[in-house]
Ligand binder design. Structure first.
Ligand SMILES: [Zn+2]
Length: 412
């Protein structure tokens, strides 16, 4: 072999070796089949990063844990090392830290405490003929309330540590309020125009809501205090909100913004004075109207007009819970009467969603179960949440009162 040949081979080798190395590097970087594997999750933040990156749906449950600190992950449904792709669902159990029964006791956590269901009607200014009014009442019986009084009511509930929950959640045993907070439920009867008065449409065709109507006030309260969780359930008659041209848009607005709509009979019927046939027809009418506009999105709950009948043994009561009309059956899950004091916890053995008591939202100088009296009494026995919808925290001494439940029960 000539010296020239050897030189040429060495030269070639010098060119080829780096070329092969570069080729291998490139091959390794262009991943033709890049797989991603599940890491072991340490904290809820790490789970949230995966959620963003891989468009995961994450279902979170919280539990107390002796070793894993607060916000640490106790378990994950997709195990470490399993391949992950976009759009998976991951169930995680997150630690609430070590269960501190002394803290639960000193914070008076009590999920067998009472829950106020407030009954409102109209929100309107007094007229010059309004006489005998007390505080924020518009009429002498205190059924309607002024806009300013309603604003003050909301601030009062908020300052007292109440957060609003949906009536439909309450009857389903979902009391979603923060640790140390208490639930409150707002209801409005009669579908008064001033519950949500529409003054026109904006350039996008959305309704413009009068800021002095109930929903106008609730919406601005929600912006001011997002943690108030402002919501309410509206019980309508056949005229819905009596604004024919806007009724449809109003119902969609309510549903889209976390409010609920239920049944108050077609003509505000006195159920105990009517025929069974009429009762069924009037209940069916409202459900049919709601079904046309917001199918499947209203609540199957009735607020009994005049709070009648006053006893569940009345012969028409069965029609409240099940109405048959025009060959269709209409089921009602819960019914509201006109009461005077707060209801029991949904976990209490006494809880009866088919005959719930409400508190009249009115002023009467701290007497006859007005707002002041109801909330003063509640200080002794109100529901105070542990901030976790999956657990029920109660005093050991209240165990007898607890209804059977799927949820985890913690006693102290
Ligand atoms: Zn009514």
């Amino acid at each position: 072999m000539s010296k020239k040949n050897i030189n040429r081979k060495i030269c070639l080798l010098f060119l080829l070796v780096p070329a092969i190395i570069i080729f291998i590097i490139i091959l390794n970087n262009i991943d033709f089949d890049k797989k991603v594997y599940m890491p072991k999750l340490g904290t809820i933040e790490e789970a949230n990063i995966l959620k963003e990156k891989y468009k995961m749906t994450i279902n979170t449950k919280y539990e107390y844990h002796d070793e894993i600190g607060k916000d640490g992950i106790i378990s994950q449904s997709i195990k470490e090392g399993e391949e992950i792709t976009d759009g998976l669902t991951l169930d995680i159990i997150v630690s609430l830290g070590k269960l501190d029964k002394d803290k639960l006791a000193s914070d008076n956590i009590n999920e067998l405490g009472k829950v106020p269901i407030m009954m409102y009607h109209g929100i309107r200014e007094r007229t010059s003929s309004s006489t005998g009014t007390i505080g924020g009442n518009v009429d002498k019986d205190g059924y309607n309330r002024t806009p300013d009084a309603f604003r003050e009511d909301l601030e009062f509930y908020y300052e007292k540590g109440y957060q609003m929950i949906r009536l439909d959640d309450y009857i389903n045993g979902i009391v979603d309020v923060d640790y140390g907070k208490s639930p409150i439920i707002l209801t409005f009867d009669d579908g008064n125009e001033d519950n949500i008065r529409v003054t026109g449409l904006d350039d996008n065709g959305n309704i413009i809501i009068d800021e002095n109507s109930a929903v106008g006030i609730l919406e601005s309260f929600k912006k001011k205090h997002p943690d108030s969780k402002a919501t309410a359930t509206f019980f309508v008659n056949g005229g819905i909100f009596n604004q024919t041209e806007y009724n449809e848009k109003i119902l969609h607005f309510l549903i889209d913004n976390g409010y609920d709509v239920g049944n108050h009979t077609q003509t505000h019927l006195d159920i105990k004075k009517s025929s069974g046939d009429r009762v069924q027809k009037e209940i069916a009418y409202v459900y049919d109207e709601l079904e046309k506009i917001i199918p499947g999105e209203y609540v199957n709950i009735i607020a009994l007009p005049f709070g009648s009948p006053y006893v569940k043994t009345h012969e028409n009561y069965k029609y409240v819970l099940e109405s048959n009309y025009n060959g269709k059956t209409y089921d009602t899950k819960a019914a509201l009467r006109v009461g005077w004091e707060p209801e029991v916890s949904p976990f209490d053995k006494e809880f009866d969603m088919t005959f719930l008591k409400r508190c009249r939202a009115y002023d009467n100088n701290g007497k006859e179960f007005d707002i002041e009296m109801v909330f003063k009494n509640l200080e002794k026995n109100k529901y105070i949440s542990d901030g976790n919808i999956d657990t029920i925290v109660i005093k050991e001494s209240d165990s007898e009162r607890l209804n059977s439940t799927d949820k985890k029960v913690i006693t102290y």
